[in-house]
Design a protein around this ligand. Structure first.
Ligand SMILES: NC(=O)c1ccc[n+]([C@@H]2O[C@H](COP(=O)([O-])OP(=O)(O)OC[C@H]3O[C@@H](n4cnc5c(N)ncnc54)[C@H](OP(=O)(O)O)[C@@H]3O)[C@@H](O)[C@H]2O)c1
Length: 334
């Protein structure tokens, strides 16, 4: 597996990570029924393939996702722990069964959330700890001060921010190096191209692209009519009504493009991200070994500059219908 640097030169301890990580969220909630046995088998296969950068958060399954990774790590012992780079997040607080959330960035909350994550994961130190969402009532300098204390205490190795603005990133970096910014980035979600990717390159911050497959929509394998009520996508504006039909045409275009190269939509979507910038690390989520293997093969696909431009035009942001989250999901996004 090709490697990319997490944190780059300016962080205290830059780490090499696989060019493609694994998003574990769907193993606990949001995308329909889950199966721990299947998820653990997928995680095992991930390590065999060199996918060692695992992404979770305390809010995924309200602790279930971190506990699942903790079980996976325990089963593999010290050797497995040494092999993986675990990224987790704090800050989104939800009640059981609810999508609505509040954002907590207070020092007391962060300290207790960190201890709870360490316990569920069964590790002494979190490799990369993200603030999942910013609460603007807490100055970013205070937030980073609290996080820097966790680094000094040895509980956290590197720091990250999710869905922040360039301004927040710059202020944060003035307090402590930010190893990674994680935000949504894919063919149909291009916001990071308006300054964030450039700022990351300048500041030595890796850009981790979440939902790189558009929550599976870009793969052409899901339709809202087949999603269950408990599937978060059922109520996602881009999957609904007239917007779905508009976006389906874009995906049909992607299918023609991918067919021409003998690739799947998912592989083209991931290869496009990898081609964009050398400091982008996509973290596609999957519960299935077959998808994982297909996605890993995308790291060997080299798109030409002309092909990247063609995809850029195909998914011109003006052509994409619907917001990327329902209103409740926009809370805390800068
Ligand atoms: N920081 C944040 O706020 C934030 C927000 C959302 C997500 N994330 C992180 O980012 C990760 C990835 O994002 P995501 O899971 O939302 O979206 P995604 O990676 O764009 O899409 C995941 C979906 O695509 C399907 N899939 C994966 N590979 C496929 C393939 N080759 N062909 C067809 N379908 C395929 C998966 O199916 P199966 O699951 O059925 O295999 C799953 O339904 C998450 O797991 C999470 O760790 C972070």
């Amino acid at each position: 597996m090709k490697q990319r640097t997490l944190g780059q030169a300016r962080t205290p301890a830059p780490t090499q990570v696989c060019a493609l990580g694994l998003g574990c969220m769907g193993m606990s909630e949001f995308y329909g029924a889950t199966d721990d046995v299947q998820s653990l088998a997928t995680l095992t296969r991930a390590l065999e393939l060199g996918v060692t950068f695992l992404d979770t958060a305390d809010t995924y399954g309200l602790g279930h996702n971190e506990s699942l990774l903790g079980r996976f790590l325990k089963e593999g012992g010290a050797a497995r722990r040494a092999q993986v780079v675990i990224a987790t997040k704090f800050g989104i607080v939800r009640a059981s069964g609810q999508y609505e959330r509040r954002i907590d960035n207070s020092a007391a909350y962060i300290r207790s959330a960190c201890d709870a994550s360490l316990q569920r994961l069964g590790v002494d130190c979190i490799d990369l700890y993200y603030c999942h969402r910013r609460n603007p009532e807490v100055p970013v300098e205070d937030l980073m001060g609290t996080l820097a204390e966790l680094v000094r205490a040895g509980k956290v190795r590197q720091l990250g921010l999710s869905e922040v603005s360039v301004d927040t990133l710059r202020k944060a970096c003035a307090v402590h190096p930010v190893a990674a910014v994680q935000s949504e980035y894919s063919l149909w979600s291009r916001e990071p191209e308006s300054g964030m990717l450039q700022a990351c390159a300048e500041l030595g911050t890796t850009f981790v692209a979440y939902s790189p497959l558009g929550r599976a929509f870009l793969t052409g394998t899901v339709a809202s009519a087949t999603l269950t009520e408990t599937d978060f996508r059922k109520h996602n504006p881009r999957f609904s009504g007239a917007a779905e039909a508009v976006n389906r045409e874009l995906v049909d275009g992607l299918r023609s493009f991918a067919d021409g190269l003998g690739l799947t939509n998912a592989q083209v979507a991931l290869a496009w991200l990898l081609a964009k910038h050398s400091h982008v690390v996509p973290i596609p989520g999957t519960r299935r070994i077959a998808y994982l293997e297909q996605n890993v093969a995308a790291t060997d696909v080299l798109l030409t500059a002309a092909q990247v431009s063609e995809l850029d035009r195909l998914f011109d942001p003006a052509k994409v219908a619907g917001t990327r989250y329902p209103d409740a999901g926009m809370v805390g996004i800068e």
